[in-house]
Every structure is written in structure tokens, then in C-alpha cells.
Design a binder for this molecule. Structure first.
Ligand code: ACO
Ligand code: ZN
Length: 226
């Protein structure tokens, strides 16, 4: 009896057990041929996209013990623009963006975090903006509300109606899944603040996030308050 149960449990785990690829970070079921195929398709494409061979002329804007941040500007050589675009595409597909064009590509600055294994593990796109509407969402305000209250106030929550002065808009921020919670996003933002505008250091209030995801909100809230 006991052996029978054990068999069933093992079979179940085999079939549904999720594998997390240690190189590309994809979670898939290794026993499912479809999943295996999708993983093998994704794996190489992803690693090619984030591989960084190094350029003769690269604009290093920050250096750390575990990597460096380079800045790619719109007027840079084709190979640099291409790498920035490839990484942005990887980030966009993970964010579920369908090839959203940059608002003003000629003014966008792309920051890439390169780790010591020569992989681009972070990407941030910053664009100049004039004003922004502050996100007012506060998760725990939702608790004691009726449904009508909710509908009524939902709109007001999303954004303040009063525009505020902002200088730099973050239209994308992405960190490779296997490199998260190591302060990479924090260091990229700190670097944006000191290098985005020549000769001036931006405050946290002068930075605005566009359409943050749940991850993005958690990060932005933490970043703004510290
Ligand atoms: N859940 C809870 N808190 C978080 C999370 C999270 N998922 N991510 C960051 N934080 C908070 C933590 O307090 C963290 O400090 P701790 O690790 O000491 O607790 C602090 O923010 C700093 O985090 P970092 O390590 O600097 O952030 P990370 O390098 O992991 O990158 C990011 C955060 C960019 C949001 C990453 O999770 C990611 O790429 N997610 C998927 C893509 C995405 O959703 N990007 C945001 C889109 S919004 C936009 O582009 C405008
Ligand atoms: Zn993989």
C-alpha cells in the first residue's frame, strides 16, 4: 500500500516538477517535450542577446566590484545601439510590452549593467520629460472600502491630477531574473541621477517611473523612501 502511494507521488513530481534553468532563468517542466522545446528556443536567443563582448569605445559611467554600468546614447555607433535594442527587447517581452516604441528615441539614454561574466544583467531607459503625475497607490488603503468607494476612488489613486515637475522619466527598468535583489536596479538609478543631466545631480523627486509593474512599484516605493 505504502509503495503504491509513493509511486504515484513520484510520478506526479516528475510530470509537474518545474526546473529553473541556472543560465537563462527560465522556469519550465523538463519532462514536457513542448516546454523543453520552448526552453531550448529561448535559452540560446536570450544568452546571445545579453552577451557583451566589449567595445573599444564604451562610455563607462560607474564601476563596482561585481560589474560596471555603460551608457548608450542615440548617436553612438550601430553595434552599441543594436546591443541596447536587443536587451531592451528581452526586457520588453518579459514585461509583456509588445514592442512599444520609445517616445523620443533621439533623446533616450540606455544604461546597461554588465556583470563580471560579461553579460548585460540590467537595462534602464531614461528619457527627458517635463512633468509627471505622481502615483498615489497605497496598498493598505484598500482595506475598509466598499465596492462603490473603490470604483470612485480607483481613478484618483492611480495618479495625482496635479502635474509635478520632473526631469527624467524611467520608461524601462529590468534586471535579469537570476541577478535580482542585489542592488542592481538601485545602482542603475543612482547612476542615472548623477549622469543624466550634465553638471547636475537629480533628486529622487525629479525622477518619474512610467507605468510601473507590481515589481516596479515595490522597487520604486522602496527607492523613493530611502
Ligand atoms: N518585491 C519586493 N521588494 C522589492 C522587489 C520585489 N520584487 N524588488 C525590489 N524590491 C525592493 C526591496 O526592498 C529591495 O531591497 P532588498 O533586496 O534589500 O530588500 C529594493 O527594492 C532594492 O532592490 P534592487 O535589488 O535594487 O532591485 P533589483 O535589481 O532586484 O531590480 C526590478 C528590481 C527592476 C523591479 C526587477 O525586479 C525586475 O527587473 N523585474 C521585472 C521587470 C519589471 O517589472 N520592471 C519594472 C517595470 S516598471 C518600468 O519599467 C517603469
Ligand atoms: Zn536556459
Amino acid at each position: 500500500k505504502h509503495d503504491e502511494d509513493q509511486l504515484i507521488i513520484d510520478a506526479g513530481q516528475k510530470q509537474f516538477g518545474a526546473t529553473n534553468c541556472g543560465s537563462c532563468g527560465m522556469v519550465y517542466s523538463a519532462d514536457n517535450p513542448e516546454d523543453n522545446f520552448q526552453h531550448s528556443q529561448f535559452h540560446q536567443r536570450f544568452l546571445d542577446a545579453i552577451r557583451y563582448v566589449g567595445w573599444k569605445k564604451e562610455r563607462v559611467v560607474a564601476e563596482f566590484w561585481d560589474g560596471k554600468i555603460i551608457l548608450v546614447m542615440p548617436e553612438d555607433p550601430k553595434y552599441a545601439i543594436k546591443k541596447a535594442e536587443d536587451v531592451r527587447q528581452v526586457a520588453d517581452s518579459e514585461l509583456g510590452f509588445q514592442q512599444v516604441a520609445l517616445t523620443r528615441p533621439a533623446l533616450a539614454k540606455t544604461y546597461l549593467f554588465i556583470n563580471s561574466d560579461r553579460m548585460v544583467v540590467g537595462c534602464l531607459v531614461a528619457e527627458p520629460i517635463r512633468r509627471a503625475f505622481r502615483v498615489l497607490v497605497q496598498a493598505d488603503q484598500e482595506k475598509d472600502m466598499t465596492k462603490d468607494d473603490f470604483m470612485e476612488r480607483h481613478r484618483a489613486w492611480c495618479c495625482s491630477t496635479v502635474p509635478e515637475q520632473a526631469i527624467c522619466g524611467i520608461s524601462r527598468i529590468w534586471v535579469f531574473s537570476l541577478a535580482r535583489r542585489k542592488g542592481i536596479a538601485t545602482r542603475m538609478l543612482d547612476t542615472v541621477r548623477s549622469t543624466f543631466m550634465y553638471g547636475s545631480h537629480l533628486t529622487k523627486e525629479e525622477i518619474a517611473f512610467s507605468d510601473p509593474t507590481p515589481d516596479g512599484k515595490l522597487f520604486a516605493t522602496k527607492y523613493s523612501n530611502t
